[in-house]
Design a protein around this ligand. Sequence first.
Ligand SMILES: Nc1ncnc2c1ncn2[C@@H]1O[C@H](COP(=O)(O)OP(=O)(O)OP(=O)(O)O)[C@@H](O)[C@H]1O
Length: 258
Amino acid sequence: MLEVKGLKKVYRSGSREVEALRDLTFTVDNGDLVCLVGPSGCGKTTLLRCISGLLEPTSGDVKVNGKAVAGPPPGMAVVFQEYGRSLFPWMSVRDNVELPLKQKKVSKPRRAELVEEALDAVGLTGTETAYPWQLSGGMQQRVAIARAVAYEPETLLMDEPFAAVDAQTRADLEDLVRKLWQRLKVTVLFVTHDIDEAVYLGRRVVMLSSSPTVVQDELVIDLPAERDQLHTRADPRFIELRTRVYEQIQLAKKAAAK
Ligand SMILES: Nc1ncnc2c1ncn2[C@@H]1O[C@H](COP(=O)(O)OP(=O)(O)OP(=O)(O)O)[C@@H](O)[C@H]1O
């Protein structure tokens, strides 16, 4: 289980202080898919960086399976928004996916297996020797997802991973994430500012307020587990849920403007 308790982050530079996160508390059960949604600048990236041990919180704590996070936790992988910057352009697709496995000291034959399985899972078999810059944006993001999946993480953090791809590719990648989540039984925390994406993907949606950020509300997404872009998004329950999330986010924005 991932536990975030009383998390606060204040950035300080000289005499300037920015309180990015005020007091965040929520949990993600093992094997759950939780979407975090909040307005732009509410501190979503700051939160994920604290969870992944890349940034030290000012106070509060993050625990994974009861253990406090201090530095990047071993069973965690992160997929960032900017695929262009997260892949090494001088390395082939295979080498990019394999690199974290080398760092994890996985044996060579097992690495080959994991890379092959992960590329197959994201529909990129045959691109092993290509370089990232020879692929489309959507394909590059698939490579980044394959790299995270090959690592066999217990927890997968995704920070607005589809913000930079076109709408059709985005829909395909959303379905890919749900498929991988169901197949691999991994715990997923998915951050997005897109309300429809959060409701479509999540089993739960945690709504954040504007900065200084607190948890505004939480919602269980009681849509069927089998989802598809056409029918799920037209389901009256989907529309009800997205309206609830939208209203909460609007309330958060109004409260912040006062
Ligand atoms: N290194 C930093 N130093 C000072 N302030 C920072 C730093 N990083 C972020 N901030 C501030 O903290 C707040 C939250 O930023 P953050 O990037 O976490 O938000 P976000 O929700 O991910 O934004 P967006 O949705 O626009 O990507 C913002 O006010 C931002 O200006």
